[in-house]
Design a protein around this ligand. Structure first.
Ligand code: XMP
Length: 525
Protein backbone atom coordinates (compact mmCIF):
# COMPACT_ATOMS: atom_id res chain seq x y z
CA UNK A 1 0.00 0.00 0.00
CA UNK A 2 1.23 3.49 -0.83
CA UNK A 3 1.71 6.21 1.75
CA UNK A 4 -1.47 8.21 1.47
CA UNK A 5 -2.31 11.84 2.04
CA UNK A 6 -6.01 12.56 2.54
CA UNK A 7 -7.43 15.85 1.32
CA UNK A 8 -10.72 16.55 3.08
CA UNK A 9 -12.91 18.58 0.78
CA UNK A 10 -14.89 21.34 2.44
CA UNK A 11 -16.50 22.32 -0.85
CA UNK A 12 -13.68 24.20 -2.50
CA UNK A 13 -13.63 24.68 -6.23
CA UNK A 14 -9.87 24.09 -6.00
CA UNK A 15 -9.86 20.86 -3.98
CA UNK A 16 -9.02 18.71 -7.01
CA UNK A 17 -6.06 20.95 -7.72
CA UNK A 18 -4.60 20.18 -4.30
CA UNK A 19 -4.88 16.46 -4.95
CA UNK A 20 -3.40 16.80 -8.43
CA UNK A 21 -0.43 18.82 -7.18
CA UNK A 22 0.36 16.15 -4.64
CA UNK A 23 0.07 13.37 -7.19
CA UNK A 24 2.49 15.32 -9.36
CA UNK A 25 4.99 14.85 -6.55
CA UNK A 26 4.42 11.11 -6.99
CA UNK A 27 2.67 10.87 -3.65
CA UNK A 28 -0.65 9.03 -3.56
CA UNK A 29 -3.49 11.15 -2.35
CA UNK A 30 -7.23 10.79 -2.01
CA UNK A 31 -9.79 13.55 -2.15
CA UNK A 32 -12.75 12.81 0.12
CA UNK A 33 -15.74 14.83 1.29
CA UNK A 34 -15.12 16.23 4.79
CA UNK A 35 -17.94 14.13 6.24
CA UNK A 36 -16.75 10.77 4.89
CA UNK A 37 -17.22 8.17 7.66
CA UNK A 38 -14.13 7.94 9.86
CA UNK A 39 -13.68 4.19 9.23
CA UNK A 40 -13.36 4.68 5.47
CA UNK A 41 -10.72 7.35 5.93
CA UNK A 42 -8.79 5.53 8.62
CA UNK A 43 -8.43 2.34 6.56
CA UNK A 44 -6.20 4.42 4.28
CA UNK A 45 -3.87 5.00 7.22
CA UNK A 46 -3.14 8.59 6.13
CA UNK A 47 0.33 10.02 6.64
CA UNK A 48 -1.20 13.48 6.80
CA UNK A 49 -4.33 15.52 6.21
CA UNK A 50 -4.97 18.57 4.13
CA UNK A 51 -8.15 20.49 4.89
CA UNK A 52 -9.34 22.27 1.77
CA UNK A 53 -10.93 25.65 1.37
CA UNK A 54 -14.69 26.03 1.24
CA UNK A 55 -17.47 28.57 0.98
CA UNK A 56 -18.74 28.42 4.59
CA UNK A 57 -17.97 30.55 7.63
CA UNK A 58 -16.87 28.56 10.67
CA UNK A 59 -19.17 30.45 13.03
CA UNK A 60 -22.33 29.72 11.03
CA UNK A 61 -24.45 27.02 12.64
CA UNK A 62 -24.13 24.37 9.93
CA UNK A 63 -20.48 24.95 9.09
CA UNK A 64 -18.46 21.79 8.37
CA UNK A 65 -16.08 20.87 11.19
CA UNK A 66 -12.72 19.18 11.25
CA UNK A 67 -13.55 15.60 12.24
CA UNK A 68 -12.17 14.44 15.58
CA UNK A 69 -10.26 11.48 14.14
CA UNK A 70 -8.01 13.90 12.24
CA UNK A 71 -6.57 15.12 15.55
CA UNK A 72 -6.55 11.68 17.13
CA UNK A 73 -4.47 10.29 14.26
CA UNK A 74 -1.53 12.40 15.43
CA UNK A 75 -0.23 13.01 11.96
CA UNK A 76 0.55 16.36 10.27
CA UNK A 77 -2.32 18.65 9.28
CA UNK A 78 -2.36 21.48 6.78
CA UNK A 79 -5.41 23.74 6.67
CA UNK A 80 -5.90 25.80 3.53
CA UNK A 81 -8.10 28.93 3.68
CA UNK A 82 -11.39 27.66 5.15
CA UNK A 83 -9.41 24.59 6.29
CA UNK A 84 -7.14 26.88 8.32
CA UNK A 85 -10.14 28.64 9.84
CA UNK A 86 -11.84 25.35 10.69
CA UNK A 87 -8.60 24.13 12.25
CA UNK A 88 -8.40 27.31 14.32
CA UNK A 89 -12.03 27.06 15.39
CA UNK A 90 -11.74 23.37 16.37
CA UNK A 91 -8.61 24.04 18.41
CA UNK A 92 -10.00 26.92 20.44
CA UNK A 93 -8.77 29.89 18.42
CA UNK A 94 -11.02 32.61 17.07
CA UNK A 95 -12.20 33.39 13.56
CA UNK A 96 -14.16 36.49 12.59
CA UNK A 97 -15.32 38.30 9.47
CA UNK A 98 -12.63 40.69 8.36
CA UNK A 99 -13.43 44.31 7.60
CA UNK A 100 -11.95 43.92 4.14
CA UNK A 101 -12.37 40.88 1.94
CA UNK A 102 -9.08 39.86 0.43
CA UNK A 103 -9.22 38.58 -3.11
CA UNK A 104 -6.38 38.24 -5.60
CA UNK A 105 -2.61 38.51 -5.50
CA UNK A 106 -0.77 39.36 -2.31
CA UNK A 107 2.84 39.40 -1.19
CA UNK A 108 3.42 37.00 1.67
CA UNK A 109 6.24 37.88 4.05
CA UNK A 110 7.55 35.02 6.15
CA UNK A 111 8.20 36.09 9.73
CA UNK A 112 9.69 32.90 11.04
CA UNK A 113 11.39 30.50 8.72
CA UNK A 114 9.85 27.07 9.24
CA UNK A 115 9.65 23.66 7.52
CA UNK A 116 6.60 24.66 5.46
CA UNK A 117 7.67 28.16 4.49
CA UNK A 118 11.40 28.85 4.37
CA UNK A 119 12.24 32.55 4.81
CA UNK A 120 11.37 34.84 1.95
CA UNK A 121 8.61 36.65 0.14
CA UNK A 122 6.06 34.67 -1.82
CA UNK A 123 3.49 35.76 -4.39
CA UNK A 124 0.25 34.17 -3.20
CA UNK A 125 -3.40 34.02 -4.19
CA UNK A 126 -5.96 35.01 -1.59
CA UNK A 127 -9.71 34.57 -1.60
CA UNK A 128 -11.37 34.95 1.79
CA UNK A 129 -13.78 37.05 3.82
CA UNK A 130 -13.03 35.68 7.30
CA UNK A 131 -9.76 35.80 9.13
CA UNK A 132 -8.04 34.45 12.20
CA UNK A 133 -8.36 36.81 15.18
CA UNK A 134 -6.73 34.69 17.85
CA UNK A 135 -4.42 31.72 17.34
CA UNK A 136 -5.14 28.38 18.96
CA UNK A 137 -2.88 27.36 21.81
CA UNK A 138 0.60 26.35 20.71
CA UNK A 139 0.43 28.12 17.33
CA UNK A 140 2.58 30.98 16.13
CA UNK A 141 2.26 33.42 13.29
CA UNK A 142 4.50 32.28 10.45
CA UNK A 143 3.72 34.85 7.77
CA UNK A 144 1.59 37.91 7.00
CA UNK A 145 0.39 39.96 4.04
CA UNK A 146 -0.65 43.61 4.04
CA UNK A 147 -4.26 42.62 4.68
CA UNK A 148 -3.80 39.48 6.76
CA UNK A 149 -1.72 39.71 9.90
CA UNK A 150 -2.04 35.93 10.19
CA UNK A 151 -1.61 34.66 6.64
CA UNK A 152 0.16 31.49 7.79
CA UNK A 153 0.32 29.88 11.20
CA UNK A 154 1.85 26.78 12.60
CA UNK A 155 2.74 24.61 15.50
CA UNK A 156 5.86 22.89 14.17
CA UNK A 157 6.14 20.71 17.28
CA UNK A 158 2.91 18.92 16.27
CA UNK A 159 3.32 19.52 12.52
CA UNK A 160 0.08 21.47 12.36
CA UNK A 161 -0.03 24.28 9.80
CA UNK A 162 -2.55 26.67 8.32
CA UNK A 163 -2.29 28.96 5.33
CA UNK A 164 -4.84 31.59 4.45
CA UNK A 165 -3.80 31.63 0.79
CA UNK A 166 -4.24 28.95 -1.89
CA UNK A 167 -0.99 27.10 -2.58
CA UNK A 168 -2.77 24.89 -5.15
CA UNK A 169 -3.59 27.58 -7.72
CA UNK A 170 -1.03 28.63 -10.25
CA UNK A 171 -1.17 32.28 -9.18
CA UNK A 172 0.71 31.25 -6.03
CA UNK A 173 4.16 31.09 -7.51
CA UNK A 174 5.84 28.59 -5.21
CA UNK A 175 2.65 26.86 -4.17
CA UNK A 176 3.66 23.47 -5.53
CA UNK A 177 6.86 23.59 -3.48
CA UNK A 178 4.87 24.38 -0.34
CA UNK A 179 2.59 21.38 -0.87
CA UNK A 180 5.57 19.19 -1.75
CA UNK A 181 7.36 20.18 1.45
CA UNK A 182 4.26 19.40 3.46
CA UNK A 183 3.72 15.92 2.05
CA UNK A 184 7.31 14.78 1.62
CA UNK A 185 9.31 16.51 4.36
CA UNK A 186 6.66 17.11 6.99
CA UNK A 187 4.43 14.06 6.51
CA UNK A 188 7.32 11.89 5.36
CA UNK A 189 5.24 10.31 2.58
CA UNK A 190 7.16 8.13 0.16
CA UNK A 191 6.98 9.51 -3.42
CA UNK A 192 6.39 6.11 -4.97
CA UNK A 193 3.22 6.76 -6.96
CA UNK A 194 4.89 6.61 -10.37
CA UNK A 195 3.57 5.46 -13.74
CA UNK A 196 5.75 2.39 -13.44
CA UNK A 197 4.34 1.41 -10.06
CA UNK A 198 0.78 2.23 -11.10
CA UNK A 199 1.03 0.02 -14.18
CA UNK A 200 2.81 -2.76 -12.35
CA UNK A 201 0.26 -2.90 -9.54
CA UNK A 202 -2.79 -2.57 -11.78
CA UNK A 203 -1.57 -5.35 -14.01
CA UNK A 204 -1.13 -7.61 -11.01
CA UNK A 205 -4.55 -6.74 -9.58
CA UNK A 206 -6.33 -7.26 -12.87
CA UNK A 207 -4.64 -10.63 -13.39
CA UNK A 208 -5.55 -11.82 -9.92
CA UNK A 209 -9.14 -10.75 -10.35
CA UNK A 210 -9.77 -11.97 -13.89
CA UNK A 211 -8.01 -15.32 -13.75
CA UNK A 212 -8.85 -17.19 -16.94
CA UNK A 213 -12.08 -15.31 -17.69
CA UNK A 214 -12.56 -13.20 -20.76
CA UNK A 215 -12.83 -9.42 -20.80
CA UNK A 216 -14.67 -7.06 -23.13
CA UNK A 217 -13.86 -3.46 -23.83
CA UNK A 218 -15.22 -0.72 -26.09
CA UNK A 219 -12.68 1.59 -27.67
CA UNK A 220 -13.73 4.88 -29.16
CA UNK A 221 -10.32 6.38 -29.81
CA UNK A 222 -10.74 8.63 -26.75
CA UNK A 223 -7.90 8.85 -24.24
CA UNK A 224 -9.56 7.11 -21.30
CA UNK A 225 -10.97 4.08 -23.09
CA UNK A 226 -7.71 3.68 -25.01
CA UNK A 227 -5.48 3.74 -21.95
CA UNK A 228 -7.82 1.48 -19.97
CA UNK A 229 -7.88 -1.01 -22.84
CA UNK A 230 -4.10 -0.96 -23.30
CA UNK A 231 -3.60 -1.50 -19.57
CA UNK A 232 -5.99 -4.42 -19.36
CA UNK A 233 -4.41 -5.87 -22.48
CA UNK A 234 -1.02 -5.75 -20.78
CA UNK A 235 -2.55 -7.69 -17.91
CA UNK A 236 -4.58 -10.35 -19.70
CA UNK A 237 -3.42 -10.33 -23.34
CA UNK A 238 -5.69 -12.33 -25.61
CA UNK A 239 -8.35 -12.80 -22.97
CA UNK A 240 -9.31 -9.23 -23.88
CA UNK A 241 -11.63 -8.52 -26.78
CA UNK A 242 -12.06 -4.91 -27.80
CA UNK A 243 -15.05 -3.74 -29.80
CA UNK A 244 -14.82 -0.68 -31.97
CA UNK A 245 -18.06 0.66 -33.41
CA UNK A 246 -17.48 2.46 -36.67
CA UNK A 247 -20.26 5.02 -36.55
CA UNK A 248 -19.07 7.03 -39.55
CA UNK A 249 -19.15 10.05 -37.25
CA UNK A 250 -15.43 10.26 -36.49
CA UNK A 251 -12.97 12.74 -37.91
CA UNK A 252 -10.86 12.20 -40.98
CA UNK A 253 -8.64 9.14 -40.76
CA UNK A 254 -9.64 8.32 -37.19
CA UNK A 255 -11.34 5.01 -37.82
CA UNK A 256 -8.25 3.65 -39.56
CA UNK A 257 -6.03 5.15 -36.86
CA UNK A 258 -7.89 3.42 -34.05
CA UNK A 259 -7.85 0.09 -35.84
CA UNK A 260 -4.15 0.29 -36.71
CA UNK A 261 -3.12 1.46 -33.26
CA UNK A 262 -4.92 -1.22 -31.33
CA UNK A 263 -4.64 -4.13 -33.69
CA UNK A 264 -1.18 -3.64 -35.18
CA UNK A 265 0.61 -1.52 -32.66
CA UNK A 266 -0.68 -2.76 -29.31
CA UNK A 267 -1.72 -6.20 -30.54
CA UNK A 268 -5.24 -6.17 -29.13
CA UNK A 269 -7.87 -8.50 -30.59
CA UNK A 270 -10.00 -5.79 -32.06
CA UNK A 271 -13.47 -6.40 -33.47
CA UNK A 272 -14.52 -3.47 -35.64
CA UNK A 273 -18.27 -3.29 -36.20
CA UNK A 274 -19.09 -1.39 -39.34
CA UNK A 275 -22.37 0.36 -38.62
CA UNK A 276 -22.17 3.54 -40.64
CA UNK A 277 -25.36 2.85 -42.59
CA UNK A 278 -27.31 2.10 -39.39
CA UNK A 279 -26.32 5.40 -37.82
CA UNK A 280 -27.02 7.35 -40.99
CA UNK A 281 -30.42 5.81 -41.47
CA UNK A 282 -31.34 6.59 -37.84
CA UNK A 283 -30.24 10.18 -38.33
CA UNK A 284 -32.07 10.70 -41.63
CA UNK A 285 -34.18 13.85 -41.48
CA UNK A 286 -33.28 14.53 -37.83
CA UNK A 287 -32.18 18.05 -36.94
CA UNK A 288 -32.87 18.28 -33.20
CA UNK A 289 -29.56 17.96 -31.26
CA UNK A 290 -30.98 16.06 -28.31
CA UNK A 291 -32.77 13.67 -30.65
CA UNK A 292 -29.50 13.05 -32.47
CA UNK A 293 -27.81 12.27 -29.15
CA UNK A 294 -30.54 9.85 -28.08
CA UNK A 295 -30.63 8.01 -31.41
CA UNK A 296 -26.87 7.63 -31.52
CA UNK A 297 -26.67 6.46 -27.91
CA UNK A 298 -29.38 3.84 -28.45
CA UNK A 299 -27.93 2.55 -31.68
CA UNK A 300 -24.51 2.30 -30.10
CA UNK A 301 -25.86 0.15 -27.30
CA UNK A 302 -27.68 -2.15 -29.74
CA UNK A 303 -24.54 -2.72 -31.79
CA UNK A 304 -22.39 -3.21 -28.75
CA UNK A 305 -24.84 -5.83 -27.43
CA UNK A 306 -24.71 -7.71 -30.71
CA UNK A 307 -20.95 -7.75 -30.59
CA UNK A 308 -20.90 -8.89 -26.98
CA UNK A 309 -23.26 -11.71 -27.84
CA UNK A 310 -21.17 -12.73 -30.83
CA UNK A 311 -18.25 -12.97 -28.41
CA UNK A 312 -20.34 -15.14 -26.05
CA UNK A 313 -20.64 -12.48 -23.37
CA UNK A 314 -17.31 -12.17 -21.59
CA UNK A 315 -17.66 -11.90 -17.82
CA UNK A 316 -15.82 -8.57 -17.37
CA UNK A 317 -16.21 -5.19 -19.00
CA UNK A 318 -13.52 -2.49 -19.01
CA UNK A 319 -14.65 1.06 -18.27
CA UNK A 320 -12.50 4.16 -18.57
CA UNK A 321 -13.89 5.87 -15.45
CA UNK A 322 -11.32 8.33 -14.11
CA UNK A 323 -10.85 9.92 -10.70
CA UNK A 324 -12.66 13.21 -11.38
CA UNK A 325 -15.77 11.17 -12.36
CA UNK A 326 -15.52 9.34 -9.04
CA UNK A 327 -14.98 12.53 -7.05
CA UNK A 328 -17.88 14.26 -8.78
CA UNK A 329 -20.24 11.44 -7.97
CA UNK A 330 -19.31 11.17 -4.31
CA UNK A 331 -20.28 13.59 -1.60
CA UNK A 332 -21.17 17.14 -2.48
CA UNK A 333 -24.39 17.69 -4.23
CA UNK A 334 -23.41 19.14 -7.55
CA UNK A 335 -26.55 17.85 -9.19
CA UNK A 336 -28.52 21.07 -9.04
CA UNK A 337 -27.16 22.12 -12.36
CA UNK A 338 -29.64 22.93 -15.09
CA UNK A 339 -29.39 20.43 -17.88
CA UNK A 340 -28.08 22.18 -20.97
CA UNK A 341 -27.22 19.09 -22.99
CA UNK A 342 -27.42 15.40 -22.25
CA UNK A 343 -23.79 14.44 -22.31
CA UNK A 344 -24.36 10.73 -22.27
CA UNK A 345 -21.40 9.28 -23.99
CA UNK A 346 -21.49 7.01 -26.91
CA UNK A 347 -19.64 4.40 -24.98
CA UNK A 348 -22.20 4.81 -22.19
CA UNK A 349 -22.93 1.13 -22.09
CA UNK A 350 -26.09 -0.79 -21.34
CA UNK A 351 -26.86 -0.94 -17.65
CA UNK A 352 -28.95 -4.05 -17.81
CA UNK A 353 -26.11 -6.14 -19.19
CA UNK A 354 -24.66 -8.32 -16.56
CA UNK A 355 -20.95 -7.47 -16.62
CA UNK A 356 -18.56 -7.10 -13.76
CA UNK A 357 -16.70 -3.86 -14.24
CA UNK A 358 -12.97 -3.36 -14.41
CA UNK A 359 -12.10 0.30 -13.92
CA UNK A 360 -8.32 0.49 -13.92
CA UNK A 361 -8.20 4.31 -14.10
CA UNK A 362 -10.55 4.93 -11.20
CA UNK A 363 -7.87 6.56 -9.10
CA UNK A 364 -6.17 8.56 -11.82
CA UNK A 365 -6.40 12.15 -12.93
CA UNK A 366 -6.35 12.89 -16.64
CA UNK A 367 -2.69 13.89 -16.68
CA UNK A 368 -1.80 10.63 -14.92
CA UNK A 369 -3.86 8.69 -17.46
CA UNK A 370 -1.82 10.35 -20.20
CA UNK A 371 1.48 9.51 -18.52
CA UNK A 372 0.41 5.91 -18.22
CA UNK A 373 -0.71 5.89 -21.84
CA UNK A 374 2.73 7.04 -22.96
CA UNK A 375 4.42 4.44 -20.75
CA UNK A 376 2.21 1.76 -22.28
CA UNK A 377 3.37 2.77 -25.74
CA UNK A 378 0.23 4.47 -27.02
CA UNK A 379 1.02 7.01 -29.74
CA UNK A 380 0.91 10.74 -28.88
CA UNK A 381 -2.03 11.41 -31.20
CA UNK A 382 -4.18 9.19 -28.99
CA UNK A 383 -2.72 10.21 -25.64
CA UNK A 384 -2.89 13.93 -26.34
CA UNK A 385 -6.19 13.84 -28.15
CA UNK A 386 -8.52 16.71 -27.38
CA UNK A 387 -11.93 15.76 -25.99
CA UNK A 388 -14.29 14.61 -28.67
CA UNK A 389 -18.01 14.30 -27.99
CA UNK A 390 -19.55 10.84 -27.98
CA UNK A 391 -22.08 11.70 -30.73
CA UNK A 392 -19.11 12.80 -32.82
CA UNK A 393 -19.53 14.88 -35.93
CA UNK A 394 -23.31 14.41 -35.85
CA UNK A 395 -23.51 17.39 -33.48
CA UNK A 396 -21.06 19.39 -35.58
CA UNK A 397 -23.04 18.96 -38.76
CA UNK A 398 -25.77 21.41 -37.81
CA UNK A 399 -29.08 20.39 -39.31
CA UNK A 400 -29.48 17.09 -41.11
CA UNK A 401 -26.59 14.64 -41.05
CA UNK A 402 -25.83 13.10 -44.44
CA UNK A 403 -22.71 11.33 -45.65
CA UNK A 404 -21.95 14.11 -48.08
CA UNK A 405 -22.19 16.77 -45.38
CA UNK A 406 -20.08 14.66 -43.00
CA UNK A 407 -17.37 14.32 -45.63
CA UNK A 408 -17.40 18.06 -46.29
CA UNK A 409 -17.02 18.77 -42.58
CA UNK A 410 -14.28 16.15 -42.23
CA UNK A 411 -12.24 17.75 -45.00
CA UNK A 412 -12.51 21.25 -43.52
CA UNK A 413 -11.87 20.02 -39.99
CA UNK A 414 -8.73 18.16 -41.08
CA UNK A 415 -7.29 21.33 -42.63
CA UNK A 416 -8.01 23.30 -39.46
CA UNK A 417 -6.42 20.70 -37.21
CA UNK A 418 -3.40 20.21 -39.51
CA UNK A 419 -2.66 23.89 -39.47
CA UNK A 420 -3.01 24.09 -35.70
CA UNK A 421 -0.77 21.07 -35.25
CA UNK A 422 1.80 22.59 -37.56
CA UNK A 423 1.74 25.81 -35.51
CA UNK A 424 2.00 23.78 -32.29
CA UNK A 425 -1.37 25.08 -31.11
CA UNK A 426 -3.31 21.84 -30.91
CA UNK A 427 -2.48 21.46 -27.26
CA UNK A 428 -3.15 23.78 -24.39
CA UNK A 429 0.16 24.61 -22.80
CA UNK A 430 0.29 25.25 -19.12
CA UNK A 431 2.13 28.22 -17.70
CA UNK A 432 4.94 26.00 -16.57
CA UNK A 433 5.59 24.73 -20.11
CA UNK A 434 8.89 26.23 -21.17
CA UNK A 435 7.60 26.49 -24.69
CA UNK A 436 4.99 29.11 -23.84
CA UNK A 437 6.22 32.56 -24.55
CA UNK A 438 4.58 35.11 -22.30
CA UNK A 439 2.73 36.83 -25.08
CA UNK A 440 2.15 34.03 -27.57
CA UNK A 441 -1.08 32.04 -27.73
CA UNK A 442 -1.43 29.22 -25.18
CA UNK A 443 -2.78 26.83 -27.78
CA UNK A 444 -6.25 25.32 -27.73
CA UNK A 445 -8.04 22.98 -25.36
CA UNK A 446 -10.52 22.04 -28.06
CA UNK A 447 -10.64 23.04 -31.71
CA UNK A 448 -12.91 21.90 -34.48
CA UNK A 449 -14.93 22.90 -37.52
CA UNK A 450 -18.72 23.08 -37.66
CA UNK A 451 -20.79 22.78 -40.83
CA UNK A 452 -23.66 25.25 -40.87
CA UNK A 453 -27.00 24.66 -42.57
CA UNK A 454 -26.63 27.96 -44.37
CA UNK A 455 -25.64 28.84 -47.92
CA UNK A 456 -24.02 32.09 -48.79
CA UNK A 457 -23.15 33.84 -52.00
CA UNK A 458 -19.55 34.08 -53.08
CA UNK A 459 -17.48 34.64 -56.17
CA UNK A 460 -14.84 32.27 -57.45
CA UNK A 461 -13.02 32.71 -60.74
CA UNK A 462 -15.52 35.39 -61.76
CA UNK A 463 -18.42 33.03 -61.18
CA UNK A 464 -21.13 33.37 -58.61
CA UNK A 465 -21.17 30.58 -56.01
CA UNK A 466 -23.86 29.68 -53.55
CA UNK A 467 -22.41 27.20 -51.08
CA UNK A 468 -22.06 26.04 -47.47
CA UNK A 469 -20.48 27.92 -44.58
CA UNK A 470 -17.93 26.48 -42.15
CA UNK A 471 -17.55 27.91 -38.65
CA UNK A 472 -14.25 27.38 -36.86
CA UNK A 473 -14.38 26.95 -33.10
CA UNK A 474 -11.29 26.97 -30.87
CA UNK A 475 -11.31 27.48 -27.13
CA UNK A 476 -9.00 27.68 -24.17
CA UNK A 477 -10.25 26.22 -20.91
CA UNK A 478 -8.99 24.18 -17.99
CA UNK A 479 -12.23 22.54 -16.98
CA UNK A 480 -14.62 22.84 -19.97
CA UNK A 481 -17.24 24.37 -17.66
CA UNK A 482 -16.26 27.84 -18.77
CA UNK A 483 -14.17 28.63 -21.81
CA UNK A 484 -12.78 31.52 -23.77
CA UNK A 485 -12.41 31.66 -27.53
CA UNK A 486 -8.82 31.16 -28.53
CA UNK A 487 -6.99 34.24 -29.77
CA UNK A 488 -5.47 32.49 -32.77
CA UNK A 489 -3.00 34.50 -34.85
CA UNK A 490 -4.76 36.33 -37.66
CA UNK A 491 -2.31 35.16 -40.30
CA UNK A 492 -2.96 31.59 -39.32
CA UNK A 493 -6.72 32.10 -39.52
CA UNK A 494 -6.25 33.68 -42.94
CA UNK A 495 -4.30 30.65 -44.15
CA UNK A 496 -6.86 28.21 -42.76
CA UNK A 497 -9.78 30.13 -44.27
CA UNK A 498 -8.24 30.28 -47.69
CA UNK A 499 -7.20 26.64 -47.67
CA UNK A 500 -10.69 25.49 -46.70
CA UNK A 501 -12.42 27.52 -49.39
CA UNK A 502 -9.89 26.45 -52.01
CA UNK A 503 -9.61 22.80 -51.10
CA UNK A 504 -13.03 21.76 -49.87
CA UNK A 505 -15.66 21.47 -52.50
CA UNK A 506 -18.97 23.04 -51.62
CA UNK A 507 -17.61 25.55 -49.09
CA UNK A 508 -17.27 29.19 -50.05
CA UNK A 509 -17.15 30.93 -46.68
CA UNK A 510 -15.40 30.44 -43.35
CA UNK A 511 -16.22 32.27 -40.12
CA UNK A 512 -14.49 32.23 -36.72
CA UNK A 513 -16.56 31.84 -33.57
CA UNK A 514 -15.74 34.55 -30.98
CA UNK A 515 -18.24 33.51 -28.31
CA UNK A 516 -17.03 32.48 -24.87
CA UNK A 517 -18.78 30.01 -22.56
CA UNK A 518 -21.00 31.21 -21.01
CA UNK A 519 -23.04 32.51 -22.76
CA UNK A 520 -22.16 30.12 -25.60
CA UNK A 521 -21.42 26.44 -25.17
CA UNK A 522 -18.32 24.91 -26.69
CA UNK A 523 -20.16 22.71 -29.19
CA UNK A 524 -22.80 24.33 -31.35
CA UNK A 525 -25.41 21.69 -30.61
P1 XMP B 1 -20.42 22.15 -24.19
O1 XMP B 1 -20.82 22.17 -25.63
O2 XMP B 1 -21.51 21.65 -23.29
O3 XMP B 1 -19.24 21.09 -24.12
O4 XMP B 1 -19.85 23.45 -23.73
C1 XMP B 1 -18.43 20.83 -22.99
C2 XMP B 1 -17.58 19.63 -23.32
O5 XMP B 1 -18.42 18.47 -23.46
C3 XMP B 1 -18.29 17.91 -24.75
N1 XMP B 1 -19.62 17.44 -25.18
C4 XMP B 1 -19.99 16.16 -25.18
N2 XMP B 1 -19.32 15.05 -24.81
N3 XMP B 1 -21.22 13.74 -25.35
C5 XMP B 1 -19.93 13.84 -24.93
O6 XMP B 1 -19.32 12.82 -24.65
C6 XMP B 1 -21.96 14.81 -25.72
O7 XMP B 1 -23.11 14.69 -26.11
C7 XMP B 1 -21.31 16.09 -25.62
N4 XMP B 1 -21.71 17.36 -25.89
C8 XMP B 1 -20.65 18.18 -25.61
C9 XMP B 1 -17.74 19.02 -25.62
O8 XMP B 1 -17.06 18.49 -26.74
C10 XMP B 1 -16.84 19.74 -24.65
O9 XMP B 1 -15.60 19.08 -24.51
Amino acid sequence: MHDTIVVLDFGSQYAQLIARSIREENVFCELLPWNTPAESVLTLNPKGYILSGGPASVYSSRAPQVPEYVFQSQVPILGVCYGMQALTHSMGGEVAPSAKQEYGHAALQVERSNPLLPAGIYQVWMSHGDRIERLPEGFRILAHTDNSPIAAMGDPSRDYYGVQFHPEVRHTNKGKDILARFVIQICGAEPDWTPYSIIHESVQKIRDRVGKERVLSAVSGGVDSSVATALVHKAVGDQLHAVFVDTGLLRKGETEQVITTFRDHIGVQLHPAHAVEDFLSDLKGVTDPEKKRALIGNRFIRIFEEQAQALEMPKYLVQGTIYPDVVESQGHDRSQVARIKTHHNVGGLPEEMDFELIEPLRYLFKDEVRRIGISLGLPPHIVWRQPFPGPGLAIRVIGEVTWERLERLRAADAIFLDELREADLLRLKTRSDDSVSRKGPRGTAQAFAVLLPVQSVGVMGDKRTYQDVIALRAVTTDDFMTADWARLPQDLLAEIGSRIVNEVEGINRVVYDITSKPPGTIEWE
